[in-house]
Design a protein around this ligand. Structure first.
Ligand code: GLA
Length: 726
């Protein structure tokens, strides 16, 4: 619900549990006055700015004003949300309120992923204008069924001469002067999205990427929270950027309080707007929780499921295939006979879908060659991709395949035919990373060329699943198709090209299960989740490492979006040996697949996998649609954690406990205190043991104690009739 109060000139947005307010002051500036808990009745909502004491004199110090959308050059020296440069070199904008409108449904951002249209949504447009010609439309959407507020900004040149945008953010959020912690999800390759939390210090603290993708270093999302906020207590504000390119997310502690800004990274960004032209800054989604980080995450998860994921896959009840991926089994070393042998073993364990990873195309024996030539290597696949697919289908197995559409190897037919299709600075050598260049996806003809190849591949046989990889960051960014003055557009146009190709794929093949991937989890963001309901979380499948990575990822993104595979020990990435149950627990909590050479498994070992696969089939819908409660957080090394996933009606739950967490907090008879259950109900586990919800949430579930290398246990609890309680 969105309400304008004419007397106070406030605009207030209500979600079921949160409230967001801005106000037009006497000078026509748009102030940000509140983002927090909502009053029970909307008509009890105060003018938060007037109510705050001591009240500042707004006239003197723009630096002290809580502003809704900040621009430089007119007295506010904090981080700006947009920087226009006018034709005469002026870099300033004095943005004043010029009107608002409320619309049913969700605003759209053509060409960009965004939270989806819905009858549950209502949108607000607020227009701000600078006398120099910049007009800013701030867009907001609220959904009646969940606690997310989305924001976008459309910047238009309403003047008579061209202007250039040097910076464009969709989020600018000012906070009063209370202490705050800043939480980001940081990492490296094979160690993505590890939460880092520190008090917000005076000055700017910034995360971001200039890589053209978010990269392994930081997830494009962040949280500000009260210093005492925990999983179950305290105020938190989370922002997730719906974007998959270079980004900047900055928090600044300043005299007035704090500011959070999220937008496209200003490095190499310059977007010229001719008179009348507009630019849309990608959307940011916001969640506020006054009940700790756990509730904050659940609010994000619900919103992502209901309003962001591809509709074809959003229904948790739609089964997802259990897959086997050939990468860690064979890497590049396979032929069709080996693949079929792996598929037979996988089928006998009950696996549904076979994914042929890297190495299947045009002479690709290692990572030095052939990217861009998406035709089968006949030495490995004598009857091409359709031949392999047919044989797999005949054994009752579905088929999926790996591609890296944005890449080209210097040694490839594609590169020989179109050397100018690679990003390269004139007069300099193109820069190889993992022996490959990046295609210039800012050029429509390049996107068309790759689309033709992919369309040919996907229409050649029933391909049910596609893994889209992207194994390098951008470098030598320059497009042969754009003039010098417009090179600052290439990074963003590149990302738009990626979105365009993913749009074509998902529209032409709506049933295709698309899994995005970027050298592991370097592009795990809300932009990608708009196209693919799952993203490969990390190349590290070690259970210890995954405990941390999946925990950090779950701060914003739902568990079932995390590509997670059961793999062998010693782990290929870390050499660690962890228990079979721990590896299962981590894979079952995510998308659940396998990635190991099952041809080395005996009949008996294969048979041992069946109950786990059946368990996923039986409870997958609940796992994909349930509410996540993080019960014991992992330590830095990820050696122990516990979490549970509870059905929205609390009728069933899956509990996972790994590593040292099995010893609880070190007590003699360790117990794990659960959350999210119905205290008045009785629950039964798979062995017939029963407890009341009250007992499980007070004393806890009895734990067996920890012994061995990363042990683990899981429980499935089901509500039973109360009279059956013991
Ligand atoms: C990346 C992916 C892996 C695998 C390889 C293939 O590293 O993250 O899962 O597909 O590429 O080259």
């Amino acid at each position: 619900m969105i309400v304008y109060n004419e007397d106070a000139r406030t605009l207030t947005l209500f979600t079921p549990h949160t409230c967001y307010q801005m106000k037009v002051d006497g000078e026509g500036r748009l102030l940000h006055t509140w983002y927090g808990r909502r009053p029970a009745a909307a008509d009890m909502c105060p003018d938060f700015y007037e109510a705050r004491a001591p009240h500042q004199d707004p006239g003197c110090w723009p630096d002290l004003l809580p502003l809704e959308y900040a621009a430089p050059g007119v007295g506010d020296n904090r981080i700006p949300a947009c920087v226009p440069e006018y034709a005469d070199g002026t870099q300033a904008a004095d943005l004043r309120f010029a009107g608002y409108a409320v619309y049913p449904g969700k605003y759209a951002l053509p060409g960009l992923p965004a939270f989806r249209a819905s009858e549950q949504a209502q949108s607000l447009r607020v227009t701000l204008r600078d006398a120099g010609g910049l007009s800013v439309e701030l867009w907001y959407a609220v959904y009646d069924d969940c606690d997310v507020i989305t924001r976008a900004a459309v910047l238009t040149n309403a003047g008579e001469r061209p202007l250039t945008l040097r910076q464009a953010a969709s989020l600018c959020l000012d906070f009063p002067g209370v202490p705050l912690d800043f939480i980001t999800m940081d990492g490296v390759w094979a160690g993505e999205r590890t939460p880092a939390r520190a008090p917000l210090r005076p000055g700017e603290q910034t995360i971001g990427s200039t890589k053209g993708i978010p990269g392994h270093g930081h997830s494009p999302a962040a949280i500000l929270c009260a210093p005492d906020a925990t999983e179950t207590h305290g105020e938190c504000w989370a922002a997730a950027f719906v974007y998959s390119g270079s980004f900047e997310l900055s928090a600044e502690r300043c005299e007035a309080g704090a500011r959070l800004v999220c937008g496209i990274h200003p490095y190499h960004f310059a977007w010229t707007l001719e008179p009348g032209a507009s630019f849309a800054a990608p959307e940011t989604a916001l969640v506020y929780s006054d009940a700790g980080l756990g509730e904050m995450s659940r609010r994000f998860h619900r919103a992502i499921r209901a309003h962001l994921l591809p509709p074809a896959w959003a229904d948790a009840a739609r089964p997802r295939p259990v897959l086997i991926n050939s990468w860690e089994a064979f890497y590049f070393d396979f032929d069709e006979a080996r693949l079929l042998e792996l598929a037979r073993a996988a089928r006998s364990a009950g696996i549904d879908l076979f994914v042929l990873d890297d190495g299947w195309f045009a002479g690709r024996e290692d990572d030095t060659t052939s990217l861009g030539d998406w035709v089968a290597d006949r030495r490995k696949l004598p009857d091409g991709v359709p031949g392999l697919c047919e044989r797999l289908n005949a054994m009752g197995m579905e088929f999926g395949i790996w591609v890296e559409p944005e890449a080209v190897s210097p040694n490839s037919a594609l590169y020989r035919a179109h050397p100018d299709w690679a990003l390269r600075i004139p007069g300099r050598d193109a820069f190889e990373i993992r022996h490959q260049y990046t295609l210039d996806f800012s050029r429509p003809e390049v996107v068309d060329g790759i689309w033709e190849q992919l369309d040919g591949l996907l229409s050649s046989c029933p391909i049910r699943y596609l893994k889209w990889d992207m194994n390098r960051s951008l470098a030598t960014v320059y497009s042969a198709a754009l003039p010098a003055a417009r090179q600052g557009e290439v990074y963003h146009r590149y990302t738009l090209g990626v979105y365009e190709l993913q749009r074509r794929l998902t529209e032409a093949y709506p049933d295709l299960l698309l899994e995005n991937c970027a050298g592991g989890g370097a592009r795990f963001d809300c932009g990608m989740l708009y196209y693919s309901p799952q993203i490969w979380c990390s190349d590290n499948t070690d259970a210890c490492a995954r405990t941390n990575i999946q925990y950090g990822t779950s701060l914003i993104y739902p568990y079932e979006t995390m590509g997670a595979h059961f793999s062998t020990v010693p782990n290929h990435c870390t050499g660690h040996v962890t228990s079979r149950q721990a590896r299962m627990a981590l894979a079952l909590s995510g998308t659940f697949g396998f990635e190991l050479d099952l041809t080395k498994y005996s009949e008996e070992q294969l048979a041992q996998l069946r109950p786990d696969i059946e368990w996923y089939r039986a409870h997958g819908a609940m796992l994909r649609g349930g509410e996540l409660y993080r019960l014991l957080l992992p330590d830095e090394k990820g050696t122990g954690a516990a979490w549970c996933i509870v059905a929205p009606d609390a009728g069933e739950a899956a509990v996972f406990c790994v590593g040292s967490a099995l010893a609880g907090r070190g007590e003699r008879c360790p117990c794990l205190v659960l959350r999210g259950l119905d205290e008045n109900a009785v629950y039964e586990d798979e062995d017939g043991a029963r407890w009341t919800g009250f007992l499980l949430q007070t004393l806890g579930l009895p734990l067996p104690g920890a012994f061995g290398q990363m042990p683990a246990r899981r429980w499935y609890l089901r509500r039973v009739e109360p009279e059956a309680a013991r």
